[in-house]
Design a protein around this ligand. Structure first.
Ligand SMILES: [Fe+2]
Length: 196
């Protein structure tokens, strides 16, 4: 899921090249073709080989074209609470993609086509939602939830400050957010309060 996040964040950012776009698309295609198999059958060497190639291509994409707010937020949670990096990315990715809204629908459509989720005639908005929903479904199949239980409300201003400083001005994010806007994302990552 970290490799997928590298590919997606590199692809939707504002600092891509034809080479990094191709790397990101190749990574997304390979991940959608192989990750479930590798997850279910760790002895499937072909699937694991393809995942290694996907991870490599995604690495080529993001080391030139950077990542975005998914990583900025995940790093703050890893640093503060030791939340595993790939897990944090997986939890956060769909939420941040939905927050970017219309600014990335065309790019997400390209990812949806590459992932085999729809054909190239699908309209941007529908295809973009298909891609986000496919990531959500993938998370469910892997037992990954929607929340980060470690987050303490009193830490949120500090966490948002870290994410803001990491991403701005370094990451070419599709939509720039300030620390206050980032705080709302941390609140959404907190598990709902139980009344029982
Ligand atoms: Fe990463």
């Amino acid at each position: 899921m970290d490799a997928l996040t590298h590919a997606v964040e590199a692809y939707i950012g504002n600092s891509t090249t034809p080479g990094t776009r191709k790397n990101a698309l190749d990574a997304v295609r390979l991940i959608f073709e192989n990750l479930d198999t590798a997850y279910k059958d760790g002895k499937n060497i072909e699937a694991r080989r393809n995942m290694l190639r996907a991870s490599y291509f995604a690495g080529c994409a993001f080391t030139k074209s950077y990542v975005g707010y998914v990583h900025a937020i995940a790093h703050s949670l890893g640093g503060k609470y030791n939340v595993p990096h790939g897990l944090a990315n997986a939890v956060i990715l769909p939420m941040v993609l939905e927050t970017y809204g219309d600014s990335i629908t065309h790019k997400l459509r390209n990812l949806a086509v590459t992932a085999g989720l729809c054909d190239k005639h699908e309209d941007d908005k529908t295809a973009a939602q298909m891609f986000i929903d496919a990531v959500k479904d993938m998370k469910k199949r892997f037992g990954i939830g929607e929340h980060i239980p470690e987050i303490q409300e009193t830490d949120i201003p500090e966490l948002a400050h870290y994410a803001d400083k990491e991403a701005n001005p370094l990451y070419p994010v599709p939509v720039l957010m300030d620390a206050g806007e980032l705080e709302t994302l941390y609140y959404r990552l907190m598990p709902p309060v139980s009344n029982s």
